[in-house]
Design a protein around this ligand. Structure first.
Ligand code: ZN
Ligand code: ZN
Length: 102
């Protein structure tokens, strides 16, 4: 888990690493298959997992599903915001060009 700026939420949120996100994805698809209970109950396990891990109080399951470190690039050396995608060459926030090996 790492705190990173999220371009969609426009704030800093706890992003999950590969292993953590794998578990979250499993809980998410498990919840989707469960059609019996209401949305809050269905996603209870996912929200509890994320909130226990991060100390956050997330209530929106869909927000968690884009909070994966692997979806974003490294943090920009100039402004500290992550590149929008792992392949982005220019920082969307400050226009800083990415170093070839950074
Ligand atoms: Zn977000
Ligand atoms: Zn930047």
């Amino acid at each position: 888990m790492e705190i990173k700026y999220c371009w969609r939420c426009k704030l800093k949120v706890p992003m999950l690493d590969k292993e953590e996100f794998k578990i979250a994805s499993k809980l998410y698809s498990k919840a989707l298959k469960n059609t019996k209970s209401n949305k809050q109950e269905r996603f209870q396990e996912l929200l509890a997992y994320y909130n226990n891990l991060t100390g956050f109080a997330e209530t929106e399951p869909n927000a968690i599903m884009h909070h994966a470190i692997e979806y974003y690039g490294p943090d920009c050396v100039k402004c500290g915001k992550p590149y929008r995608t792992p392949k982005a060459n220019i920082c969307a926030a400050c226009g800083n060009k990415r170093e070839p090996n950074a």
